[in-house]
Design a protein. Structure first.
Length: 291
């Protein structure tokens, strides 16, 4: 900011005047929060009021929140999602930091090609890989004697193939900004490369690790395409359970709108809590990769 701008109290880099900027922010916040507020309101309304288009409930009931645990296997879906996505998040973050450390600190044939491939893999649509992946998994009992389709570990492997490239690239950009002198000091003190990775790199790269883990977690949590094809009723994730519940309400005499809204809120709560807990680490990890 220039000295004239500081004296006048006006940010010289601002695109909009302060009053207009506040108005735009308020409009954007309302635009985002209005659907969320309606979902919460509809979750405590009787279905007849939701069907009639009522926005403000005339009476509040918690029957929808109680009934969803018996109407649909939501608890089982949440448990499966937490297990699958949690394992994918931890494994992808740890593998990503080890892979990124090798790519950043060592020079070898094919290193640049591998880095470019990490970016290129992000452009491959999941729908293109769904059929080949299903054929490979379905052939596993014949050629390997193991069942993959319908298992939670098969879903974990699937999500890892998509989460690892992105997580590795996040860690590559983060480790590039980490001073190499710290690692050299550790080597001089007698640490091996594994020791440097475990005792120096891992603690210092915690914000980047959390970013990689959270995005890997969300990749699995929000997926419906692969989970709907590669799971069976007992291994369905929360997203598939919610999608199947919403689809089953179409064409009914009076759909269970309130229960659908309640289920949507329940499925969204873990993600919101995750962001609130690791908010400061997310900011540090994302900005750290831009240095």
């Amino acid at each position: 900011m220039s000295s004239a701008g500081r004296r006048s109290g006006v940010d010289a880099t601002a695109i909009l005047p302060p009053g207009l900027r506040r108005g735009v922010i308020i409009v954007l916040v309302l635009f985002v929060l209005a659907p969320c507020a309606y979902i919460l309101a509809a979750s405590v309304m009787p279905d007849i009021e939701v069907a009639s288009g009522t926005v403000v409930p005339s009476s509040v009931t918690l029957e929808n929140w109680i009934a969803i645990w018996t109407t649909v296997p939501l608890a089982q879906g949440l448990a499966t999602s937490v297990l699958v996505c949690g394992v994918v998040a931890v494994v992808s973050a740890l593998l990503a930091v080890a892979t990124a450390y090798v790519l950043v600190r060592f020079t070898f044939l094919g290193r640049i090609t591998f880095l470019r491939a990490l970016v290129g893999l992000q452009s491959v649509p999941g729908t293109l890989l769904l059929l080949p992946l299903f054929v490979v998994y379905a052939s596993a009992p014949t050629y390997l004697g193991i069942t993959v389709v319908g298992t939670t570990w098969g879903l974990m492997i699937t999500y890892l193939t998509f989460a690892l490239p992105f997580a590795t690239w996040v860690m590559v950009t983060y480790l590039r900004g980490m001073p190499v002198e710290l690692e050299e000091a550790g080597l001089l003190d007698g640490l091996s490369r594994i020791g440097v990775l475990r005792r120096i790199v891992l603690p210092l790269s915690a914000p980047g690790l959390i970013v990689a883990a959270i995005f890997s977690f969300l990749l699995g949590w929000n997926d419906v395409l692969f989970a709907s094809v590669l799971t069976q009723p007992r291994t369905r994730t929360a997203a598939v359970v919610l999608q199947a519940f919403g689809a089953s309400q179409e064409g009914g005499a009076l759909p269970l709108y309130g229960q659908v809204m309640s289920s949507a809120v329940v499925c969204a709560v873990p993600v919101v809590v995750l962001y609130l807990i690791f908010q400061r680490y997310l900011v540090g990890g994302l900005t750290g990769g831009l240095k």
